[in-house]
Design a protein around this ligand. Sequence first.
Ligand code: NAD
Length: 382
Amino acid sequence: MTDALSLVDDWGPEKIVVVSHRRTGMKGVLVIDNTARGMGKGGTRMSPTVTVGEVARLARVMTWKWAGVDLFYGGAKAGIVADPASRDKEAILRAFARALSNEVPREYVMGLDMGLTESDAAFIQDELGDRGAAVGTPGHLGGVAYDKLGVTGYGLAEAADAAAQHLGQPLAGSRVAVQGFGAVGSAAARRLAELGATVVAVSTAHGALHDPAGLDVTELLAARDEHGDHFVTRHHRGTRLPCGSELTVDCDILVPAALQDVIQRPTAQHIKARLVVEGANLPTSPEAQGLLAERGITVVPDFVANAGGVVAAAFAMDSRYSGFRPDTATIFETISTRLRANTVTVLDEARRQGTTPHTAGRSLAEERVRTAMRSKGRIPPA
Ligand code: NAD
């Protein structure tokens, strides 16, 4: 059991709201981490195992992510303890949204994270009777359907390309392994293949597929559409490997795009890629980051590499009151420009400071947040 007060440090959280509803069995939490640069925005996760501590860690990642891409929103995240496959999902979501009607949308705007879909975002909007309550709603409701568009995976591939060029190891012809073939992993694989990379391994919760000569991403996407995450057990190409082995296959670039905390020191010891680009939030422990740096492996941090979703969310948030649907081409262009530039800045800074990209990226983001806190009088002048 997390002691909520033990989560508080110099940055936040500013607010933790735990809510429950007896009749639907809804239990959930909102963590608003730091709003010095703008109101809280971060996805809402639904999982049977979600905890206050997990949501707080993810809210902190959001603080750095917004500041890293230099957009004016603050770190926040919400979590609902429930099975996303539950038949009561809609009732639970509506109860959660109602319970947070003091905070949403004035202090926090809901969005999609694991377990939530576009139609869930539509229910949340409906429940709170305000089109600003959630982003990630379907296009026919004027939203930016970012999981369908694959904005986060697209941005991740752009960041990977910029990082590969920075290392003098062009992306075209590189061999890539992708853990997780959901919204982020599949869109990343698609864009990486478009940029000329060869995808040699992919995985889902049901296993991994490996072919050193390259898997056909178009075929994989079609198989996933037909069989869901089970496609890895039905696909006729490649060798089946157990879950987790995709992290250590022979490749040039590794994209963990499934779960947090999957790369600890023992796995980091066996990673063969020269470049790791984090699609999931918090996939690599600080100890593993240190070991990878010692082994000469570059890691593009989560809050840099998977920020495509926040760029799209910023467009969606900014269009809430204008009613104009943001233009998709502009969203993609902005994601590419911002993520490429930020990747290079962070890798340059890491080189200059002689530290890991996580430390360097965080120090750049911290400086922006600290400046905002100071100018709002939240901390004493320097
Ligand atoms: P998703 O639910 O669409 O997909 C998750 C994928 O991971 C599925 O293919 C699932 O089978 C697979 N998976 C689960 N456990 C696994 C395991 N042990 N080994 C291999 N694969 C496994 O989720 P998503 O939206 O793609 O999010 C993935 C990660 O990216 C999460 O950490 C999320 O917080 C992060 N993220 C998502 C977005 C976004 O826009 N969706 C943005 C930023 C960060």
